[in-house]
Design a protein around this ligand. Sequence first.
Ligand code: SF4
Length: 407
Amino acid sequence: MNNSGFRWLVLEPFVHAVIKGDDVLLYNTLGKNYLLYRQNTGIAKIVQQLSIPENGYVAKLTNSELEDTVIGRFVADLRKKFMGDLFDPQCSASRPFNIVPLPIVKGGAIPMEQQLVEVTFQLTASNLPALKPYKEASRQFTFPVYTDSPEQAMPLDTIRSVAAQMKLLPVATVHFCGTGILDEPLFGAYNRIFGKTSFRRKYHVTLRQVAVPFTFSPGKNEFVALYITFPFDQQQLELLQQVLHTYPNHPRVEFNFVVQESREVDVASELISGLGIKHAAFKPYLNGSNIGFFEEQVFMSESDIFGSRPGRSEVFSRISMNQNDYGKLTVFPNGDVFANVNDPLLGNLNNLTVAGLVSRENEVGKSWKRRRMDVAPCNGCLYQFLCPPVSSYEIMMQRFNFCHIKQ
Ligand code: SF4
């Protein structure tokens, strides 16, 4: 034991600390390992001291504290996981200097509109009967909009105007979603507007609605997301086989299976392996009566959360933003614009510019900055920065615990 009567305990700046009551989580964002203490008043007090901003992740531990078995084991755990260490005050008489982790704040001096990176055009609102069972899907993931009202299509002038404004902004990806959008004359019209731009362009269409034969050939910057819905009938099987025959595992054509129950997951899995589909994904669809399916297949367990092993930038960006929504806008056929389609309307393109809409999201919007620490029950949970950002499913349901941790 040293003669100074105390030692400095220093926590590494890449460690993320969360304290809730007497529970403590320390997550090593480099090693992606963690220490979890439940109902441990002594350790919670030390981590509270470490976390006071002026203390800079440094706390004084007296010799008698260090002799305590629980604290001694805590220090040994920190050393073993390379999360912290003790320093002798004889080597560092004043408090050792440490860099406390701070959230990455996107923006700063950069004008707000320069944060816009992705725009989704919902080009149509369709009343096709085949889309009706999926009328809530466009609120959960990119999927054609269904309407009970007369059909709508976005006027080409609106698209032209947005495209011209986007060229002045750092938008990298444009999503086009709707029915008939890969068919002529619509596709030719979109292509005349966007064909010579450098935007990465992704077309989202349902397999049922593609024209037969499927001859669309994605160009260099183009991607196609096909959505396959159930029941999976002979018509869809033939279409799928034809698309796969035309584009055998094309790297820019992906197959999304929209699933509502475990049986559909099984059928989709058989199709994926039977047809040798490489670029496949599942899109769980919440239909209002299948929360049990989500509990079984989607809700996160503790092992899912730790198994996701988020890195430093992911953990710290979750302190200031929602990575699912940040920098993204969705435009509807009537010009209405949303930052997340489940949040209040930002405005309409008839009376606001794209830059003006981004400013509105910055000033009064909820989507880009929605963090788990702002919503219950996540705000009382140790895992609020380890869990993925709040999803559209959760915003739609106004239920922010798609997990098995806090029910
Ligand atoms: S309550 Fe929220 S933060 Fe906690 S595990 Fe569930 S989703 Fe994650």
